[in-house]
Every structure is written in structure tokens, then in C-alpha cells.
Design a protein around this ligand. Structure first.
Ligand code: SF4
Length: 439
């Protein structure tokens, strides 16, 4: 390769879904012979993949665009914030192009205009599975775009439209390539994984010489046959999820469910425009645990949603005590420009009350988590290694997703390698993490 190769600098902001978009764009850039530069200065153009979910994320995206304009001047904006270009153009009218999420082709057209591709595409530089921004041993697998729900605090459907599922065969071929390339864990993501295929009436799709239905259960079963850890994110507790628990009990997919419950009080859930029967959900969780005792449930909650009273908040804490979820994240409510929740006319929860409830929520869940993790001491469990330092390593059990859940701190007699899956005897625990020795 020569220094004549055009260079593109890349900034990736936002959630795992945006990361998948970034991976696709980078794969395409490399396929066409562009070099990815770490610095804006000296690059032929800069691509900023933005996040527009919260106002704070928009501010971060605008700051990244500003830095790219100062240091380079040829800036292509893509991602969620690009779906509504007004605020970007108001601050940076000189940006070269603005495209919305998943607009890979438009991004590439803008790149070609900023700096034409080299004459010979270096196709052979691209590993078959594409360029990964995540470590080599795990990868996100995006199965659909958009969402049919209309939660009042969320503008994703406005930005990304209604649910659009990728055909099962296409998803499975991508998964198969990733596993062949050494990926040990696939993280299935979408806005609503349990609704997968609903948009097209669960059509059949060709894979490995047969037909597979584009449906949550069928996809989970086929993914489970690839020999990697399969982790399911953003699942809603619909009745048909029961069938997937069976696959977890059989060891086909990880006994892990990421269900964003957001709240437990019927009044708050109604204002959020989300299904409200959390009592039924408790029964469902109990039944799932009966079927698959090792099931780890992760969830996220919003604290201080408009109209949330002290009583609503107590209902939430009581529900948490009953549900005994394994992993929990919480966010103090932050209004999102353009979201319906702003127009509901509900009493805004003052910041200090939000902060106080958030602290109580975290302390409450911490006690539950510490107790649950203590119950794992003495057990042997497989751990996937994320990083190593001499004879110490940091990894995750089947109950921990990367970035968002806890870790297992491992000591070993021989050096371990990133991506190894080792059996660990658990010897200690705290509120979030486990520690143990590789055996
Ligand atoms: S389920 Fe609700 S919060 Fe999630 S993307 Fe859809 S509308 Fe937004």
C-alpha cells in the first residue's frame, strides 16, 4: 500500500446498534481501498456517526462534529442525529453531507465526493467477516431496524421508522461468518428482539439448503446450532418468549435475557405507553426460573418519569424485591426533544428528588445483587476472557454481557488468552463482580 491511499477518520458514538452501522461503513471503506486514520488532521474526510437518543447525546455528537470541523473541515455526518439535520446545520452549515441511520450507500457517495476511491479496490484486505470495532471474540448481530412500539419517552420510531426485520437466512449467514472468523459470542440486538419477523408475517428464508422462518424462536434455535455463546438483548416478556427459555434450559442459547422493564407502577407504565401488568410478569419470571434455574435477567429502569409519585416509586422497589433481577441499570429521567412524554402535562419530578430516588434505587438493587452473587461462591462456571495481565484475567460468566454487566476476576496458573472460555471456581463476590481461580 502507498501513502497515496485516501484516508478517512471515523468517530463512532452511541449504542451497540450504531456501532454495527459503523462496522458496516468501515468494512465498506476498507473494501474500496480507503485507509482508516486515527487522526482528523491529514485525513481526506471525517465521518461522524452520531447518536440522537438523549439531548446529552446530541450535545456530545455536536461537539464531535465541531472538533472534526476545526481539525479537518470535510465532515460527513451520519447516524440517528442525521435523521433531523436542522440542529446540525444551524451550528455547522459547512458540513459536507448529512445522512440518517443505516444510510450506508449515501455515506459512501459522500465519501466518494470528498475523496474518490483508489483505482484498485483492496478487496483482499477485508477479512471475510468485515472489520470489527468490538474485540475479536464477541460481535453484535443486528437482526432488525426500527420499532412498532410507541413508548412516550422515546423517539427511536420517529428516527428509525417501524420494525423492519432482516431475513433469517441473511442474519444466519452473517452469524456463521463471524463464528468461522473466531467470534465466540454473538450479541443479538434490535429495538425489540421478541417482535422479530412480525413486520413481514414471519416469512421463510433460505439457509443451508433449507427454509428457516424469520421468527424469534426459529432464529434463536438456528443461532444456537453455530457453537457460539448466543446472548439475547432487548426482549419483551411476551408469552412466546417461554419457548426460547426451553432453548436456554437445553444449553442452546445463553440463559440470559435482557428485558428493559423501565418501571413497575401501572400508572407510570401507562404514562410511558408500555404494557402495564407487572404482576403477570412476575409470574412469568417465576415460571421461567422453574424451567431454567440459571436464567439471568438483566433490565433497565427510568427513575423520576413525569408524574412518578413516592407511591409509584415504592411500588417499583417492592417489585424489584420480588423479581430479584440479576443485573439492573437505571437512568434518572431526561426529557428527549420531540418525545410525547413532554406533552403529557404530568408533574415534572424535581432534579433533587430524581437524584435521591436514583440513589435509593441503586442501593436497593445492590443489596439484591450482592446476595445473588454470594450464592454463586463455590460453584464452577465457564468464563469468557476479555482481557489479561500476566496470570490475572478479567472475564464474564454466562450471566454477564460485555460493557453493561459485572465481571469475573480470574487468577490462573498459566497465562490465559483473550477469547478463551475457561472453567472457573468462584471464591469471592461483591455487589457486582465475582472472583475465582481457573481450574
Ligand atoms: S420499545 Fe419503546 S423504548 Fe424501545 S425503541 Fe421501541 S419505542 Fe423506543
Amino acid at each position: 500500500m502507498t501513502s497515496a491511499q485516501p484516508k478517512i477518520s471515523f468517530v463512532s458514538l452511541g449504542c451497540p446498534k450504531a456501532l454495527v452501522d459503523s462496522e458496516r461503513i468501515i468494512t465498506q471503506l476498507r473494501a474500496e481501498g480507503y485507509e482508516i486514520s486515527r487522526h482528523h488532521e491529514g485525513a481526506d474526510a471525517v465521518i461522524v456517526n452520531t447518536c440522537g437518543f438523549l439531548d446529552s447525546a446530541k450535545a456530545e455528537s455536536l461537539a464531535a462534529i465541531g472538533a472534526a470541523m476545526r481539525e479537518n473541515g470535510k465532515v460527513i455526518v451520519t447516524g440517528c442525529m442525521g435523521a433531523e439535520p436542522g440542529p446540525i446545520l444551524a451550528t455547522y452549515p459547512q458540513v459536507s453531507a448529512i445522512t440518517g441511520p443505516q444510510a450506508y450507500e449515501s455515506v459512501m457517495t459522500a465519501v466518494h465526493e470528498a475523496s474518490p476511491p483508489p483505482h484498485h479496490p483492496f478487496l483482499d484486505l477485508v477479512p471475510e467477516q468485515g472489520i470489527k470495532l468490538t474485540p475479536r471474540h464477541y460481535a453484535y448481530l443486528k437482526i432488525s431496524e426500527g420499532c412498532n412500539n410507541r413508548c412516550s419517552f422515546c423517539i427511536i420510531p420517529k428516527l428509525r421508522g417501524d420494525l423492519m426485520s432482516r431475513p433469517a437466512g441473511e442474519v444466519l449467514r452473517e452469524a456463521e461468518k463471524l463464528v468461522k472468523a473466531g467470534v465466540k459470542e454473538l450479541l443479538v440486538i434490535s429495538q425489540d428482539t421478541s417482535a422479530y419477523g412480525l413486520d413481514g408475517g414471519y416469512p421463510m428464508s433460505a439457509w443451508q439448503g433449507r427454509e428457516v422462518r424469520t421468527r424469534f424462536l426459529d432464529l434463536a434455535r438456528e443461532l444456537g446450532s453455530l457453537g457460539a455463546w448466543i446472548r439475547l438483548h432487548y426482549v419483551y416478556p411476551y408469552p412466546h418468549v417461554d419457548d426460547v427459555i426451553e432453548l436456554m434450559a437445553e444449553g442452546k442459547v445463553l440463559p440470559y435475557l435482557d428485558i428493559p422493564f423501565q418501571h413497575a407502577s401501572p400508572a407510570v407504565l401507562k404514562a410511558m405507553k408500555r404494557p402495564g401488568d407487572q404482576k403477570k410478569t412476575l409470574e412469568r419470571i417465576k415460571a421461567w426460573r422453574g424451567q431454567c434455574p440459571d436464567l439471568a435477567i438483566r433490565s433497565t429502569f427510568i427513575v423520576g418519569f413525569p408524574g412518578e409519585t413516592e407511591d409509584d416509586f415504592r411500588i417499583l422497589l417492592d417489585w424489584l424485591s420480588e423479581a430479584r433481577l440479576d443485573r439492573v441499570g437505571a437512568f434518572p429521567y431526561e426529557p428527549v426533544t420531540g418525545a410525547k412524554a413532554n406533552d403529557l402535562g404530568l408533574a415534572v419530578v424535581p432534579d433533587e428528588v430524581k437524584a435521591e430516588r436514583y440513589a435509593r434505587f441503586m442501593a436497593h438493587q445492590q443489596a439484591i445483587s450482592a446476595k445473588k452473587l454470594k450464592g454463586k461462591v463455590g460453584r464452577h462456571m465457564p468464563v469468557i476472557i476479555d482481557s489479561t495481565q500476566g496470570l490475572k484475567a478479567k472475564g464474564r460468566s454466562k450471566a454477564d454481557a460485555p460493557e453493561i454487566d459485572g465481571a469475573v476476576h480470574v487468577s490462573s496458573r498459566r497465562p490465559l488468552r483473550t477469547g478463551d472460555i475457561v472453567s472457573v471456581k468462584i471464591e469471592g463476590s461483591d455487589a457486582y463482580d465475582l472472583s475465582g481461580i481457573a481450574v
